[in-house]
Structure formats: structure tokens, C-alpha cells
Design a protein around this ligand. Structure first.
Ligand SMILES: O=C(O)CCc1cccc(O)c1O
Ligand SMILES: [Fe+2]
Length: 312
């Protein structure tokens, strides 16, 4: 039973602060093709590795990894609100398998997920409930982060579980590539910002709108001298995609968190979801992979990439 994988950037600015029409058309076409491939594959299960952006997870209790037995979309930006179709019993079995594999994963029986999970799920399946899906959140936005070798181990353990299922499983990774949107840091934050980062769950609609307006405003100047955030880094992105496509996953063990933040932007660590996804696929079996698309898109604050793979 071949297992399939898709890893792609997400960006809530898609549709809110768009680049030119040709670029939109290119991305629409790539996503439509991926969506059709998923439809044809008809997965019996999706495992999605995703980050969170202070919508479901906060510093009052910030886990490195979480697996959800039930999840609900907060509906931030233009994503749909409401429940995901999480097979709770199977998710719990996977959690047990991970614990048995020496991985201390947190479990949520009621997880709130944001665009970091739902945008890609919607783009690849058309909805939040089309297929059974197990969300695994990897902390990629709220430092400190564990090393990349740990992410590879998590992925490998998820992959050994998937291999045993013998089902049509689609593995998704969502986020990256190089980018630095205006996400606040707890270190040196003023008290009101710190309060949000520590316990900002279920914000008022006004608070959420102000936050999203800030992201859109940054999108309008991102990549210009007016913007102090780390610019996109296409060279870093291309080297990273090549590493995954060529199956050189052990090389991520040498990744240095601070170096990546500096070279490619603080939110580049969302590629942790890609590392976990590819490590899971590789644990199922040898794979072949292809680059579907890459373009640095300042309007979206994203080194925007799409990669597909499947076991051979
Ligand atoms: O709202 C936020 O906290 C960040 C939004 C955001 C913007 C650009 C690229 C992303 O990957 C992303 O997540
Ligand atoms: Fe993100």
C-alpha cells in the first residue's frame, strides 16, 4: 500500500494580500492538481503535522508536540471554523505507540487548531471533515525549540505506526518555508503582549481582527527596506527542499535553530512539520519525491513551496 505525502507552505495572506494575477494563477493550478491527486488517492487516513500560532497553544502550558483525539478549527483569517473528523480511538493508539517509542507527546482531547493546520487541510481536501485526520502539532513558533533530530525521531515513530496500518495514508506537513511574519516574542514583551502569549485563548473578535490587520499591514511592506523583519531566503528554501527530495534526512540533525532563525526568519521553523512528514514517510519505505512549485512571495510573507512524495 503506497503512502503519499504533501508538504506545502501555508499563508493566511492568500486571498487577503495577493501578488500579481500570474502568480495567483500558478499557485491555484498547483493546488488544484494536488487536490485532484488527493481525491484520486482517496486516503483512508490523513496525518497532518502542523504548527500553531498562539491560537490553540500558549505559554501557560506550551508542549513541544501534541496529538489530538479531537480538534476544532478556531476559524482565524479566512479558514473555516468547526470540528475536524478526528478518529479519537486511532489517535489515542498512535499516542500510545509514540510513548512506547520513548517520545513524550502531549495529548489533547479538545484541541483548538488554526490556519497552520486548517488552511492546508482545506486546500488539499476541500474541507475540514472530508477524511479522517489526526493532527500532530509541532511547536515551531514559540521558542525554545528542541533540536531537529528530535523531530526526525517523532516522524520516524509516526511512520512505523502508519506502516503497520496497511492503509492508504496521506501525510501532510504545513508551513514554512523561509519567512518571518510579525509574531511577537515573549522575551522582553510588554505586559499586555506577554499576557496574550501566555493565556490568550478565545480572543474577542476585535482582538483577532486587530491581530490579523497587523499581519496584512506587514504583508504590504514585507521585503522592502521599510520592513525590519528577516527577508525571505530562496537559497535556503531550495537547499532544504532538495535535501528532502533526495532523502538526505539525517542532515537535518546538524540544523542549528538560531542560525536558521537568522538566515531565513524565525517562523522558518515551521519546516519542522516537513521534516516530521518526510521522516514518517521514510520510515514506511523508500520514497520518490518531486518539487511541485517554489516561489518567494513577499505579499504572502512566505517562501512558498509545494512538494509531493510517495513510497515506491
Ligand atoms: O497570524 C500569525 O500569527 C502568522 C500568520 C502567517 C503569515 C505568513 C506566513 C505564515 O506561515 C503565517 O502563519
Ligand atoms: Fe505559519
Amino acid at each position: 500500500m503506497p503512502v503519499q505525502l504533501k508538504c506545502l507552505s501555508h499563508t493566511p495572506l492568500r486571498g487577503l494580500n495577493d501578488p500579481g494575477a500570474e502568480v495567483i494563477a500558478e499557485v491555484d493550478a498547483v493546488l488544484a492538481k494536488c487536490r485532484a491527486e488527493v481525491e484520486a488517492y482517496d486516503p483512508e487516513l490523513i496525518v497532518v503535522f502542523a504548527p500553531d500560532h498562539y491560537n490553540g497553544l500558549f505559554y501557560d502550558l506550551m508542549p513541544p508536540f501534541v496529538i489530538a483525539t479531537a480538534a476544532e478549527s478556531v476559524g482565524d483569517y479566512q479558514t473555516k471554523p468547526g470540528p475536524l473528523s478526528v478518529p479519537g480511538g486511532l489517535a489515542l493508539e498512535l499516542a500510545r505507540h509514540l510513548l512506547d517509542s520513548d517520545l513524550d507527546i502531549a495529548i489533547s482531547h479538545r484541541l483548538q487548531v488554526d490556519h497552520g493546520c486548517t488552511q492546508t487541510l482545506q486546500e488539499m481536501t476541500g474541507s475540514l471533515e472530508r477524511y479522517p485526520v489526526i493532527p500532530i502539532i509541532i511547536n515551531s513558533v514559540a521558542p525554545p525549540f528542541g533540536p531537529y533530530r528530535r523531530i526526525r525521531k517523532l516522524g520516524q515513530a509516526v511512520g512505523s505506526f502508519i506502516a503497520r496500518l496497511g492503509k492508504r495514508v496521506l501525510i501532510l506537513g504545513t508551513g514554512g518555508l523561509s519567512h518571518e511574519p510579525p509574531v511577537p516574542l515573549l522575551a522582553d514583551a510588554p505586559q499586555d503582549v506577554a499576557d496574550f502569549l501566555i493565556a490568550g485563548r478565545n480572543p474577542t473578535p476585535e482582538f483577532r481582527a486587530a491581530r490579523q490587520a497587523r499581519t496584512i499591514a506587514t504583508g504590504k511592506i514585507f521585503g522592502t527596506p521599510q520592513c525590519g523583519l528577516t527577508p525571505l531566503n530562496p537559497e535556503w528554501d531550495k537547499a532544504f527542499m532538495r535535501l528532502l527530495i533526495e532523502g538526505r534526512l539525517e542532515q537535518v540533525d546538524a540544523f542549528r535553530i538560531d542560525e536558521i532563525s537568522k538566515a531565513a526568519g524565525r517562523s522558518t521553523h515551521e519546516v519542522r512539520t516537513w521534516v516530521a512528514a518526510f521522516a514518517a514517510l521514510q520510515a514506511v519505505g523508500d520514497y520518490s519525491a518531486r518539487e511541485d512549485y517554489y516561489r518567494p512571495i513577499n505579499e504572502w510573507i512566505a517562501g512558498y513551496g509545494v512538494v509531493s512524495a510517495a513510497t515506491v
